[in-house]
Design a binder for this molecule. Structure first.
Ligand code: ATP
Length: 328
């Protein structure tokens, strides 16, 4: 029979996202509520291998719900990819009498958790924290809503200068494999066209659409491009192509970069993180493991970690259709 869980560890791993602190706070406070110990692990799996632990209580997480980044720091760990590293991690957990692990991160971090669970039969629960919203089994990941709002704010500002100078702006946003940020922020900010990794709209179609809007009297435009858009060209190459074929436009490129990861989390992300943290601890107390907490139709659900990692969170075709109609 599995030992009753009386001490849980929590870590943040992979790329940081706004709302990770709210998730840490929720895990720590849920442990306090259920009268079990909570240990924070610094720097993700690397800190686990190096036993970089800190004992946490309800007061250790005051004043962090509004803070971006992660107080536990995040890291990528090559050592955890090796069996030797994972063995050290396991020994550290056992030595500190820790019975379960909550991993806040993206699909890479969940893969690590899954491998670890299979090797050592150690209870692991994942909480999806990434701005990309690219995790299967949840409608939203922690940080996505904040990133969207950041992108929309910046595009609003770019629009002011674009319209003052009759310019065409190409704005690159994060999303190597996933177009959630580009598509939703693009619609929210009223972009002319949106290029994403999931659909190849083609450069000729883009040119055609921009030509049409020029003829219809538009003097400035915004095109949102996800990092990994399916044309296979980077934002500078796309801008050059359009500038060559549409010389009447003055073309500019803006790369949004890491500002998309930072900032104070939105209320939506804080509430999502708080709900997910509670669910993670309650799943562990119910003896469940190898699961990810998801939010589906505004309910907290448990999803098999393996499914969360292997399956793909598809773009909603309806949203694509809306974007198409809006760019008429
Ligand atoms: P993001 O979505 O922001 O990239 P992520 O969680 O996907 O976040 P990764 O860098 O892919 O970030 O993974 C984080 C860490 O998880 C890795 O540095 C590694 O330590 C661990 N990890 C990933 N894949 C494996 C694996 N196959 N086996 C063991 N550990 C892994």
């Amino acid at each position: 029979m599995r030992k009753r869980i009386t001490r849980v560890a929590v870590m943040t791993s992979g790329g940081d996202s706004p709302g990770m602190n709210a998730a840490i706070r929720s895990v720590v406070r849920s442990c306090a509520y259920y009268k079990i110990d909570c240990v924070g692990i610094y720097r993700g799996y690397q800190g686990l291998i190096e036993a970089d632990f800190i004992s946490m209580n309800a007061r250790s997480v005051h004043n962090i719900i509004n803070k971006g980044g992660t107080i536990l720091k995040s890291a990528r760990s090559k050592d955890f990819m090796e069996k030797e590293g994972r063995e050290k991690a396991y020994n550290n957990l056992i030595a500190s009498d820790i019975h379960a692990l909550v991993v806040i991160g993206g699909d890479g971090s969940f893969t690590g958790g899954m491998v670890f669970n299979k090797e050592f039969n150690f209870p692991v629960i994942g909480i999806p924290g990434t701005i990309d919203n690219d995790i299967f089994g949840t409608d939203y990941t922690i940080g996505y809503d904040t990133a969207l709002n950041t992108v929309v704010d910046v595009i609003d500002k770019i629009r002011d200068t674009a319209s003052s100078h009759n310019r065409l702006f190409f704005v690159e946003v994060m999303g190597r494999d996933s177009g959630f940020i580009a598509l939703h922020a693009g619609i929210g900010a009223g972009a002319e066209e949106i290029l994403i990794p999931e659909e190849d709209l083609g450069l000729d179609r883009l040119l055609d659409s921009l030509q049409k809007s020029r003829r219809s009297g538009k003097s400035s435009s915004i095109v949102v491009v996800a990092e990994g858009d399916k044309t296979g060209k980077n934002v500078f190459e796309i801008a050059q192509f359009i500038e060559k074929n549409l010389p009447e436009y003055e073309v500019r490129v803006s790369i949004m970069g890491h500002m998309q990861r930072g900032g104070s989390p939105s209320c939506f992300d804080r509430v999502l993180a708080s709900r997910m943290g509670v669910k993670a601890v309650e799943l562990l107390l119910d003896g469940k493991t190898n699961l990810m907490v998801g939010s589906v139709n505004n309910e907290m659900v448990a999803v098999d970690l393996e499914l969360a990692v292997k399956e793909h969170h598809a773009i909603n075709k309806e949203i694509l259709r809306i974007s198409d109609i809006m760019s008429v």
